[in-house]
Design a protein around this ligand. Structure first.
Ligand code: AP5
Length: 215
């Protein structure tokens, strides 16, 4: 079993690299952003409140996220381990995760931070799009499908963009990251489990560096 956290600002490549590591490690990616977007898509009252926060780049309440993760890690598909993408995002979330893992007799094997320059993140995020059929991610400049307009994975031709992927919201998300999430690096650094990877190199190179750490 392998459990790891991928840390990093919006656009640093957490989602891109989690998908690649999922296959390498036979573990499952747990993205709190994806879980919240599923809640929004369900049209529930909680989904409407969540969307209002996400669209401004603000975080949703800690208790909601912690509850979501606590029940998710009990699912059968986490038996080989998980990659936490987007969680924890605040020090209280990191503390709650620690307690949760002790209760469930689980442990963290790696916490890896992707280090990037903020300015490049606006371009990365604003150029990102996703296949609506299978969820594969692409980028206008950095990760194009082999055939323009056709998903490499499923052959789908319909793509979408996230409503929070605009320059103004990205700047708010980066600010929230530096104020509330960056202290987590210190939290895991202090317990000696944090490793850093240069997230500014090409996607393949970042994968190579991550694989070096986890293999
Ligand atoms: P979430 O969905 O987690 O978004 P995020 O953290 O802002 O991260 P992103 O998904 O935008 O970026 P990423 O690091 O995954 O980058 P990606 O691989 O796609 O959260 C959204 C919102 O939900 C939050 O703002 C908050 O409101 C709420 N939320 C979520 N979790 C929460 C929590 N725990 N607590 C409270 N609120 C929470 O890459 C981006 C693009 O760049 C892609 O197009 C990719 O192709 C490209 N790319 C990736 N790597 C490279 C590279 N090395 N070189 C060039 N291009 C690259």
């Amino acid at each position: 079993m392998t459990n790891l956290i991928l840390l990093g600002p919006p656009g640093s490549g957490k989602g891109t690299q989690s998908k690649r590591l999922e296959q390498k490690l036979s573990v499952i990616q747990l993205s709190t952003g994806d879980m919240l977007r599923a809640e929004v898509a369900s049209g529930s009252e909680r989904g409407r409140e969540t969307k209002a926060l996400m669209d401004t780049g603000a975080f949703v309440p800690d208790e909601m996220i912690i509850g979501m993760i606590a029940s998710r890690v009990d699912k059968k598909d986490c038996a080989n381990g998980f990659i936490l993408d987007g969680f924890p995002r605040t020090v209280p979330q990191a503390e709650a995760l620690g307690e949760m893992l002790v209760e469930k007799s689980l442990k963290l094997d790696y916490v890896i931070e992707l280090t990037v320059d903020d300015e490049a993140m606006v371009e990365r995020i604003c150029g990102r799009y996703t296949c609506t059929q299978c969820g594969s991610g692409y980028h206008e400049s950095f990760q194009k499908p082999a055939k323009e307009g056709v998903c490499d994975t499923c052959g789908g031709t319909d793509f979408s963009r996230r409503t929070d992927d605009n320059a103004e919201t990205v700047r708010a998300r980066l600010l929230a990251y530096h104020e509330q999430t960056a202290p987590i690096s210190t939290f895991y650094g202090d317990i000696g489990i944090l490793k850093q990877v240069d997230g500014m190199t090409a996607i393949e190179e970042v994968t190579r560096q991550l694989e070096n750490i986890v293999s």
